[in-house]
Design a protein. Structure first.
Length: 373
């Protein structure tokens, strides 16, 4: 009998070229789509809390309801995957205490959502997953960027099951995803910064965490993991795994980005690779390049494993637009203009409306319907 994993590994062996010399997921038609960002369920794979930090720092009392949510709705966003804490203090509103800062950040996000009068919500189970675009509500999928806040020192005599107490507690509070590492090493595994320095796979605690996340119905994230860890997680997990925000080598040729080997491993689980916009550290990824990466992933493993992690700062973001000395043309656009530009580029590459919908959010929706309870 064929196992699910064997089936998935077979199913991603798609032909690279169609009969017309094109990606098989693209049409031979030259017609441009008439659809807009409001016609698709848009899922943004990774949006940091930095805008919250900036707006609270500027004296705003309810930044989500007053400044951010109107832009999200105008831009057509349906779901935002947002880390509510993790490895670095900036992910915790500047608090250097790992657990305390993450709890404060989680509470802040929940309070901000409560202040929207029902215009925002948290995805906790399958019933919350949107089935149609909705300009009147934005959902948040709560993630964690680096698993340090759930670490418990396994001292001698500690009841083994209690090592997972913090993981389960965050689940009960609404967190539905965890990126197992940031760039560094933690108790679970090695981050990408350990490549070339003896990077290895999961620790015994890391294995326990992945297995418990599978049991609870949580999204296992590998965006910042060393490749050895990604390969091991792909073999271990019985649910799709994701890289919510990354790029592909050699399109962006830095150690932080994934190789084809890592992409194939993620796809073998039924997972998704979310491509992100970058304008930092001397690296710039214009939308044309991001679509090149999506083409590459589609050729390699199939369009059903693609997503968009981040479109870049928009003109209304305190870190984008006219406020930034290094702002690109993309960062001078509204959210709607950014997403519309991206849709038109996909259409020019002859992706069908159905496949554009998969890239923009449908693939994340698919895996949540498989993972969540």
């Amino acid at each position: 009998m064929q196992t699910r994993r064997k089936f998935l590994k077979h199913s991603i062996a798609v032909p690279a070229l169609g009969i017309a010399g094109l990606n098989p997921f693209r049409s031979t038609s030259l017609s441009q789509t008439q659809k807009t960002p409001y016609d698709y369920i848009l899922v943004e794979g990774h949006r940091d809390i930095y805008e919250f930090n900036d707006r609270f720092g500027a004296g705003e009392s309810s930044p989500l309801a007053e400044s951010m949510l109107p832009r999200y709705m105008e831009g057509g966003l349906d779901v935002i995957i947002m880390p509510v804490g993790g490895t670095h203090p900036a992910l915790r509103g500047g608090n250097h205490k790992m657990l305390e800062g993450t709890l404060q950040t989680l509470d802040m996000i929940i309070r901000e959502i409560e202040k929207t009068g029902g215009r925002a919500g948290i995805i906790r189970n399958k019933e919350d997953i949107p089935t149609l675009p909705n300009r009147n509500k934005v959902w948040f999928f709560l993630d964690m960027e680096g698993a340090e806040p759930i670490q418990i020192n396994p001292e001698s005599g500690f009841v083994p099951d209690r090592r997972l107490a913090l993981l389960r507690s965050f689940y009960r509070m609404g967190v539905r995803g965890i990126q197992l590492t940031h760039n560094e090493r933690n108790y679970l595994a090695d981050g990408i910064a350990m490549e070339g320095r003896g990077a290895s796979g999961l620790t015994p605690f890391g294995i326990e965490v992945v297995e418990e996340m599978n049991r609870l119905g949580m999204m296992v994230g590998v965006s910042h993991m060393a490749e050895a860890g990604i390969l091991q997680v792909a073999e271990l997990s019985n649910s799709p795994i994701v890289s919510t925000h990354t790029n592909i080598r050699p399109f962006v040729d830095t150690p932080r980005q994934h190789t084809d080997t890592a992409v194939k491993a993620i796809a073998s689980t039924g997972g998704v690779v979310g491509i992100r916009y970058i304008n930092a550290g001397g690296v710039h990824t214009p939308y044309e390049l991001l679509v090149d990466e999506i083409d590459h992933i589609s050729d390699l493993v199939g369009v059903q494993h693609t997503g968009v992690g981040w479109y870049g700062h928009d003109i209304g973001d305190p870190r984008g637009g006219a406020q930034s000395a290094n702002a690109t043309e993309t960062e001078l656009q509204t959210m709607y203009e950014q997403r519309d530009s991206f849709i038109q580029l996909l259409s020019k590459r002859r992706y069908s409306d159905e496949h554009i919908g998969m890239i923009l959010g449908g693939n994340f929706i698919r895996i949540w319907n498989e993972i969540l309870k």
